[in-house]
Ligand binder design. Structure first.
Ligand code: T3D
Length: 264
C-alpha cells in the first residue's frame, strides 16, 4: 500500500519502515502516525516478515509531535484535548512496536526528540548513527514525557538519569547516548543502513516464535514477583517447546549442523 509520509520496503523477511516527513524532521503528523499504525498492524500479522527496521528519511529520525498542527487552533484561542490525541494516536502506535511478535530495530539516523525518543525506546534494538542526538524536549514546551517514555526510559537507563533528561530536556549526542545505555550501538552515518539491515537479517533467521514470546515475557514479568514469573516462564516454555523452531534447533545441534529455523 502506498503511503504519503511513510515508505515501506521489503527485502526477504526484513521489512523497513522509513518515516518520510523530512522537512519537519519526521515529526509525527496525524498522517504519519496513522500510516505507522496501519503498516505495523500489517507487519505484525505477516508471517513472512521476521524482523522490522524503523528509520527516518533526511537528517532527522523523528522530532516528536508535529507542533505545526497546533498553530492554527492555538492562534484561534482553542485548546485541543491532547489526552484524547494521545489515546487515539501514540497510545495505539507504541504497543504495536513493543508487542510486535518479532524483533524491531530502530536505525536512528539523526535527531530524536519528544515522542521520537519514545518511538526509539519502544523498539528492541537502537542502532544509532554518529549524527544522532536525543532530547526529551517535552519539558521545553511545558509538557510531560509521553508515548511510554515514563516507563520505557527508566527501564532502559535507570530513573536518576531519566529524570535528569526529562526535567532538563537537554540534548545529548550519540556517544553520550551509548555511554548511558540509551542506544545499543553507534556506527558511522554512512554505515547505519547496512548495519541495521544486517542485524535485522541475522535476527530474521533466528527462532521468531521464541523471540516473540521472550519479548512478551520481559514485558509481563517486569511487574511480577519471582514465583509469578517462574510460572509464566513455564507456560511460555511449553509453547516454545511445541514450535518447529525448537525441534529444528535440537536436531541441528545433535546432527552437528547449522539450524535452519522456519520461524514458527
Ligand atoms: O502536542 C501533542 O500532540 C501532544 C504530544 C506531544 C508529544 C511530543 O513529542 S512533545 C515534543 C514535540 N517535539 C519538540 O518539541 C521538538 C521540536 N523541535 C526541536 O526542538 C528542534 O527542531 C530539534 C531539536 C528536534 C532539531 O533542531 P535543529 O536545529 O536540528 O532543526 P530545526 O531547524 O529546529 O528544525 C528543522 C525544521 O523542522 C524546522 O522547520 P523550518 O524552519 O525549516 O521550516 C522546524 O520547525 C521543523 N520541526 C522540527 N521539529 C518539529 C518541526 N516541525 C513540527 N513539529 C516538530 N516537532
Amino acid at each position: 500500500m502506498a503511503y504519503e509520509q511513510l515508505i515501506v520496503d521489503r527485502d526477504g523477511p526484513v521489512a523497513t519502515l522509513r518515516m518520510n516527513n523530512p522537512d519537519r524532521l519526521n515529526a509525527l503528523s496525524r498522517t504519519l502516525t496513522a500510516e505507522l499504525i496501519d503498516a505495523l498492524e500489517g507487519l505484525a500479522s505477516d508471517a513472512d516478515v521476521r524482523a522490522v527496521v524503523l528509520t527516518g528519511e533526511g537528517r532527522g529520525f523523528c522530532a516528536g509531535a508535529d507542533l505545526g498542527a497546533l498553530e492554527a487552533p492555538y492562534r484561534r484561542g482553542e485548546r485541543p484535548d491532547l489526552g484524547g490525541f494521545l489515546r487515539d494516536g501514540y497510545n495505539r502506535l507504541i504497543p504495536l512496536l513493543t508487542d510486535m511478535p518479532k524483533p524491531v530495530v530502530a536505525a536512528i539516523n539523526g535527531v530524536a526528540a519528544g515522542a521520537g525518543v519514545s518511538l526509539a525506546l519502544a523498539c528492541d534494538f537502537r542502532v544509532a548513527s554518529e549524527a544522532s542526538s536525543f532530547s526529551l524536549a517535552f519539558v521545553k514546551i511545558g509538557l510531560i514525557p509521553d508515548s511510554g517514555a515514563t516507563v520505557l526510559l527508566p527501564r532502559t537507563i535507570g530513573s536518576a538519569r531519566s529524570l535528569q533528561l526529562a526535567l532538563t530536556g537537554d540534548r545529548i549526542d550519540a556517544a553520550e547516548a551509548l555511554r548511558i545505555g540509551l542506544v545499543t550501538m553507534v556506527v558511522p552515518s554512512d554505515a547505519l543502513a547496512s548495519e541495521a539491515t544486517s542485524l535485522a537479517t541475522r535476527l530474521a533467521a533466528l527462532p521468531t516464535a521464541a523471540m516473540g514470546m521472550t519479548k512478551r515475557l520481559f514485558r509481563e514479568t517486569a511487574t511480577m514477583d519471582l514465583r509469578g514469573a517462574l510460572e509464566r516462564e513455564a507456560s511460555a516454555q511449553a509453547e516454545a517447546g511445541a514450535t518447529e523452531d525448537h525441534l529444528e534447533g535440537v536436531l541441528a545441534f545433535l546432527e552437528k549442523r547449522p539450524p535452519t529455523f522456519p520461524g514458527r
